[in-house]
Design a protein around this ligand. Sequence first.
Ligand SMILES: O=C(CO)COP(=O)(O)O
Length: 130
Amino acid sequence: MNIALIAHDKKKDTLVNFAVAYKHIFEKATLYATGTTGLRIMEATGMTINRFLSGPLGGDQQIGALIAEDRMDLVLFFRDPLAAQPHEPDILALLRLCDVHDIPVATNIATAEILVKALERGDFAWREVK
Ligand SMILES: O=C(CO)COP(=O)(O)O
């Protein structure tokens, strides 16, 4: 199970706390993250995370490439809906690729909570038989 964890600056604390709360689930998966998000989660949880570049420098595109190759099973991307991002096209491209490849994606903690509980229950088994 490959999971991508990404958060904009104002949402990083939320994602870090989320990763701490669900560490028992996340530690069974292979984790990927954009640069700063990954560092913050590693520091808080001690989990190993495959980190890409920071989002504005191309990290969203790197994760998008894995989605395009159907190598990502779940994307948790806590976006900041109240601030303009310099790399908005990259963000939209990543989310578009999730739709192209039918990858479950949460852009806020409420949806993430539901998806992670579904993951724990085994609802993502279909990703393994694809
Ligand atoms: O900008 C981001 C996602 O669009 C996240 O990048 P960082 O994790 O490096 O802050």
